[in-house]
Design a binder for this molecule. Sequence first.
Ligand code: ZN
Length: 270
Amino acid sequence: MPELPEVETVRAGLERILGSASVIARITSSGAKLRRPLPRGLAQRFAGQPISDVKRRAKYLLFTTPVGSLLSHLGMTGSWRLAPQGDDRPHDHVALFLTDGRRLVFRDPRRFGLVGFVPPDGRHPCLDGLGPEPLGPAFTAAYLTDRCHGRRTPIKVLIMDQAEVVGVGNIYAQEALFRAGISPRRQAGRIPRAALASLVDEIRAILAEAIAGGGTTINDYRQADGNSGWFQLDLSVYGRGGEACRTCSSTLKTAAIGGRTTAWCSVCQR
Ligand SMILES: [Zn+2]
C-alpha cells in the first residue's frame, strides 16, 4: 500500500506533468465503483477548469481548480499515469482529458482507491477530522506532548492514529520509535517531553528521508513491489523481529500492538 512518502512522490510527479497551464477538457469513467461511487456531475463540474496545482493532505491528492478540487486516494493499488493514445489497460477507471490533447488515467485493479470532489471550502468527509501533517509546522513537541497528556494508549497506537497526526504508517512508526529510544508499548502519558520531542524529530526525519529516496515517477510508479521508497531506507527494526539489534545485539522482540505486527529492541527502547 502506498504510504505518505510514495503519495508525496506521486503528487510531485503529477505537478511536474501538469505544470501550471493544464486545463481539463473532459472526464470519462469506466463506470466501475471504486471505494465510493464517482460523484454525480463530476465530469460536468470540472469540464473547462484549469488545474493550478496538486496538493496532498494525508494520503489524499487534491487537483486544485477554481470550482473546487478533484480528490483522489490511491487505496491499495491505485496509480495515475500519462497515457498516450492507444495506451489502454485493464482497470483504467477514470480519465482526465486535457485541452492540450494529453490524457491522465487513474488505474486501480483492486478498486480501494477513490476519485471525488471537494468544494472550495475544503470540507469533505474523508478530510474532516484529520490530524496535522507530520512534516507541517503544527506537528511539534508541544503538540504531541499535549496530545499524549494523561493517555494510557501505547505510543505507537497514538502516532498511527490519523486524528492525532496523519501519514505515520506501520513501518515509519516502528523505525521512528527505535531511533527515539521509546518502546512502542509505552503508555503515551508516561513519556517525558524530551523523548516526545525526539520522537517528533525522528518521525519528520524518516519521512523526509523516504520522500527524498522515493525516486519513482508517475510513469513508472508501482505499488509495494520493491521499488517503493520505503525499501530504500535502512530499516533497523521493521520486519526484523527475532534478529539481532544492530546497536546492542540483543534479540529484537515482536508483538501485535494495535493489531499490527511490531518489532522493537527492549534494551535500546524504553
Ligand atoms: Zn538494541
